[in-house]
Design a protein around this ligand. Structure first.
Ligand SMILES: NC(=O)c1ccc[n+]([C@@H]2O[C@H](COP(=O)([O-])OP(=O)(O)OC[C@H]3O[C@@H](n4cnc5c(N)ncnc54)[C@H](OP(=O)(O)O)[C@@H]3O)[C@@H](O)[C@H]2O)c1
Length: 284
């Protein structure tokens, strides 16, 4: 990916309320592509140990006072755990509906809930993403709330595209995106590990075979993305000779229910997101 000059307009500063496992790779990706400069980012967290670690890692301003972050930034990402969103957001007195664009990374917290915990008219975008951002391969999708200006949604989409791919979706699909991409990256780690273990069992060294398994996952993903006119089942058929070894392996995977296992994993992800969304819903 080509290096970029900061995508942020002058005087725009991004703040992260919460700076944990999902934010670290995202900001690493932005800094790597120079989409955003360190002085254009600020973070808040609960503990001084996290603040010190992030100052050291990303060279950005960190604070334990979230009010200070909301004062200093006009784009504010909410990146605390979903059950904390309401109390953290409601504890901040200095929200300003005309100044702030809020981007929520929190799974299961709806745009409707934000309308009750933020001042009336605050513009909110929900973003579902995975940790691929740090290696510029993030899969993400965003649902844009009412009143968000096209220039604002384009900016957020551009920032996410600078570290991978970001697609617009309706809010009703955001939790499905989380299940496929946010959770899916863990499933792909499992696939890589399982493939590698197969190679290990057959006598290859683990450090060699895990690299080959990872490169194989990259090859599959790149083929799907670069040959979008070709159906994925055709890409699969292309590597199966009649009566050959690969089709026998695929048969074995199907016999062991691998396709159903992934369908079940996404289904349970979607159901669990819906349960949590119900639990965390803010109503007035
Ligand atoms: N991890 C993922 O793959 C992923 C993917 C998609 C979406 N998400 C969403 O991203 C959000 C964060 O998840 P995560 O995995 O990054 O969580 P995490 O690693 O536990 O990080 C949470 C962060 O929130 C901070 N925090 C806690 N209470 C706070 C408060 N009162 N004020 C300010 N900061 C506070 C913590 O500070 P300390 O470090 O100082 O304790 C920590 O930096 C969640 O809502 C999750 O649904 C995560």
């Amino acid at each position: 990916m080509a290096e970029q000059v900061s995508l942020l307009p002058k005087h725009t500063r991004i703040g992260f309320i919460g700076y944990g496992n999902i934010v670290v790779p995202l900001v690493s990706g932005w800094l790597r592509t120079k989409s955003v400069r360190p002085d254009q980012i600020m973070g808040s967290c609960l503990t001084e140990s996290t603040a010190a670690r992030i100052r050291d890692k990303h060279g950005i301003e960190m604070t334990l006072k979230t009010n200070d972050l909301v004062e200093a930034c006009n784009i504010v990402f909410v990146a605390v755990k979903p059950h904390l969103v309401q109390s953290v957001v409601e504890s901040i007195p200095n929200w300003n509906a005309s100044r702030h664009l809020v981007v929520s990374l929190a799974a299961c917290v709806t745009l409707s809930s934000y309308s009750y915990i933020l001042p009336e008219g605050t513009r909110v975008i929900r973003l579902a993403l995975n940790t691929g951002s740090g290696v510029l391969a993030c899969a993400s999708a965003m649902a844009v709330g009412v009143n968000v200006l096209p220039i604002e949604s384009s900016l957020i989409q551009g920032l996410m595209n600078s570290v991978g791919t970001c697609l617009p979706v309706e809010e009703k699909h955001i939790d499905t995106v989380s299940s496929v991409c946010g959770c899916g990256i863990a499933y792909m780690f499992l696939v890589a590990e399982a493939l590698a273990d197969g190679g290990l069992e057959a006598g290859l060294k683990k450090d060699v075979v895990i690299k080959l398994a990872a490169q194989t996952l990259i090859a599959a993903g790149k083929n799907i993305l670069e040959y979008q006119d070709t159906h994925v089942s055709k890409l699969k058929d292309n590597v199966c000779s009649p009566g050959g070894i690969t089709i026998k392996g695929l048969h074995s995977l199907e016999r062991n229910g691998v396709r159903n296992a992934f369908l079940d994993a996404v289904e349970i992800g979607v159901k669990t997101h819906a349960e949590y969304a119900h639990k965390f819903e803010v109503k007035k």
